[in-house]
Structure formats: structure tokens, C-alpha cells
Design a protein. Sequence first.
Length: 130
Amino acid sequence: MPVRRVVIDHLTIGVSDLERSSEFYRRALEPLGFERSGAWRQGVREVTFGLREADDFALSLEYPVGAPVHVAFAADRRDQVDAFYAAALAAGGRDNGAPGPRPEYSLGYYGAFVLDPDGNNVEAVHHGET
């Protein structure tokens, strides 16, 4: 599998209810090894998520809720995609595409899609054979 170069350093999306969205993402991203941490700056109404070494994704009340966005989180294995999907649905997400191969995107693409509490399309994706 080719090594991917990171092309986005971090991402913040506006949410309508920080506590509700924070709990949704905490549960949905746990199978991918993401953890919830504090705000990037003191006094800002936001919460961040990421791997221990990098909290690259944030939810914020400082940004308005706008047009839905699509966020795809990398998974190391297919079973993590499956676990993400189950956890996201259990956390109140709505189905937007069950786990499975997506050859229309690329060979070895395995993804699952859910809609978060604000209607954003959230995906977990694994690139590879297993």
C-alpha cells in the first residue's frame, strides 16, 4: 500500500450543540483510536479529537453551522470501519452508507458513512486489502 502524505493539518466544523456532538464523535471515533481532548485555545467553546500525538479534528460553537461537510477519518483496518459505523449509529448517527467496498472510488477502498447530529457526512475509510 502506498504511503499517504497528510494534506490537511487540522479541521474544525461548527456544531449547534457542543455537548451532543462531542458525545457522538467520542463514541463514533473511539474504534479508530481517537480520543477527546480540550480546546486548542483557552476560553474557546470547542472540543478536539485525535490520536494521542495529534488532535487534528475539532467541533466548535465559534463557527456557525453551515452547509453539511464531508469528513473522512482514516482507519488502519476494515474491522475498525465496521466498528466505527456500529458505534456511530449507537451514538445517534443516521445511516448514510453501510460498511463495504467502494470500487467506484478506488481499488481496495472500504468505507462506511453516517450523518452526525448536524447532518454532516462522516466516513471511516480503509485503503487496502484487509
